[in-house]
Design a binder for this molecule. Structure first.
Ligand code: SAH
Length: 378
């Protein structure tokens, strides 16, 4: 492996311009390359047709991923359509990952399982909805240390943080799944991992994603979801970044939250809500509380009423998410009637509620589920 390899996406605009200068190349060439990457969705140096052949060869030599000798990518067959993943891997690709699997769902969601140069894998998903939103859902870590009992991401434990270029690459790969005249409109940092534990990589990646000469996605269209680490929430409040915050609450009291989210034993609900208040007062942006509805655990009318008391007097919105079942786990999705009663009870108490209808169940879109189902067996 070429130890000095530094991928193109790890260079900021300024760093790339500097690098080009030291190579004796005019600064505007860096802009040209970035346009190919961010606006024209090119991932292959050979396709940057307004650059000379020599320069394209030079860029390939500098930035193309060193050969890993890995087996060619496999096909998978767990969506409504099966796609040959090899189609996504080229010798002159500027990407660091290779696509191990791609699955497509009837509702238009597409999921990629990417393998990095160290053999570690992450998932990312492109979601489409009827409002013409094209949303990228990205991972920030390989595995997860939070251990929420209903989530597949933590199965197998925490492995490592993703780098800024790896997070950016997830976004570019998802953007490239869209037709040439369409672009990503939204980002949700709701894949695998805990974003507030990897802000050093996440925030620079999001800066590229939202900059005018990057992916140009609207600032307010980026949502970061956290398990609820108070120090992380405060850091985000103070970072002076314009993104929205979602907090995974999932329970109306510490007894239930302790049982399903081990982090709650370290940072109980009151502490999480205090940090969320700081975020709201510092940024003026309303916090979304996510609430995954697990049958028989947190979805009764009494749970809804207790949740309403917890959030009374807060400028907040509750996003109810019927559990997306994973065969590896024993939890169940409540019936539609149970979901309805829960939502009605909250609304009856004056709480603003959204229900996130399930998407992508056919493509193992539950967090971490595809990675787990296609894990390398030891
Ligand atoms: N670590 C961050 C991001 C994780 S995933 C966080 O905890 O918020 C984004 C959301 O999906 C979280 O609210 C998470 O609890 C939820 N989630 C995980 N597995 C799920 C499943 N199988 N069905 C529905 N929601 C799930």
């Amino acid at each position: 492996m070429n130890e000095n390899y530094k991928p193109l996406l790890s260079y900021s605009k300024e760093e790339l311009t500097d690098l080009f200068k030291t190579l004796g190349l005019p600064a505007f060439r860096a802009g040209q390359v970035r346009r190919w990457v961010f606006s024209r969705k090119t991932d292959r140096f050979s396709q940057m047709s307004d650059l000379s052949k020599d320069l394209r060869a030079k860029l390939t030599e500098l930035f193309a991923r060193p050969k890993s000798g890995a087996e060619p990518a496999k096909l998978i067959a767990n969506g409504s359509e099966t796609v040959a993943a090899e189609t996504f891997d080229y010798d002159d690709s500027l990407y660091e990952s290779r696509v191990v699997a791609k699955s497509v769902s009837d509702d238009g969601s597409e999921k990629l399982l990417l393998e990095w140069r160290d053999g570690r894998r992450v998932e990312c998903v492109l979601l489409r909805d009827d409002r013409n939103h094209r949303t990228a859902c990205v991972s920030v870590q390989v595995g997860c240390a939070m251990g929420c009992v209903f989530c597949c991401s933590g199965m197998g434990g925490f492995v490592r943080n993703l780098t800024r270029s790896e997070i950016l690459e997830e976004l570019l790969r998802l953007n490239a799944l869209l037709p040439q005249d369409e672009r990503l409109t939204h980002i949700v940092v709701m894949g695998t991992g805990e974003p507030t534990l990897n802000l050093d990589a996440l925030l620079p990646a999001l800066a590229e994603a939202t900059s005018g000469d990057g992916l140009d996605i609207g600032n307010r269209r980026v949502t970061i979801s956290t398990v609820g680490i108070p120090a992380g929430i405060r850091k985000l409040a103070e970072a002076n970044v314009p993104y929205k915050l979602a907090v995974s609450l999932h329970a109306p009291n510490d007894r239930i939250r302790d049982a399903i989210m081990p982090q709650n034993r370290i940072h109980p609900i009151a502490e999480v809500l205090r940090a969320a208040d700081v975020f709201f007062h510092t940024t003026g942006r309303r916090v979304t509380f996510e609430y995954v509805l697990l049958d028989g655990i947190n979805s009764s009318v009494d749970d809804a009423l207790e949740l309403a008391r917890l959030l009374r007097n807060k400028t907040a919105i509750v996003n109810c998410i019927p559990y997306n079942p994973a065969p590896e786990l024993p939890y169940k999705t409540p019936s539609n009637a149970t979901v309805r009663r829960f939502v009605d009870a909250l609304e009856g108490e004056g709480i603003q509620v959204k229900v996130r209808f399930r998407k992508g169940d056919k493509i193992n879109a539950a967090c971490g589920q595809l990675r787990w189902s296609l894990r390398e067996k030891e």
